[in-house]
Design a protein around this ligand. Structure first.
Ligand SMILES: [Zn+2]
Length: 95
């Protein structure tokens, strides 16, 4: 008997959580750290990009949009440019 196809695979949900985590870390860096080191910026970007590939498009973009709205609502900062205030629409993707 095969497993029901609607159940999320554990691997997939782990990847989705890791992707969300990587995005939150990336946006947090823009708000909390005035002068992040190049190495830190690169390592966080690489993590986001690697996980986005694992998540796959178009889901990665759809999720990123949902997460950035959630992040802006909870923190009061625009995740893309790090300015306080409402989320700015029309920014290019943050990665
Ligand atoms: Zn902005």
């Amino acid at each position: 008997m095969s497993a029901p196809t609607f159940a999320p695979e554990p691997y997939v949900s782990d990847v989705l959580l890791a992707y969300r985590d990587a995005l939150l870390e990336w946006w947090r860096l823009g708000v909390e750290v005035q002068q992040p080191s190049a190495a830190e910026v690169i390592s966080r970007i690489e993590r986001v990009v690697t996980l986005a590939r694992k998540v796959g498009e178009p889901r990665a973009t759809t999720l990123r949009e949902a997460y950035r709205r959630e992040w802006a609502r909870e923190t009061g900062y625009c995740p893309t440019c790090g300015e306080s205030g409402p989320l700015h629409e029309g920014h290019p993707p943050s990665e």
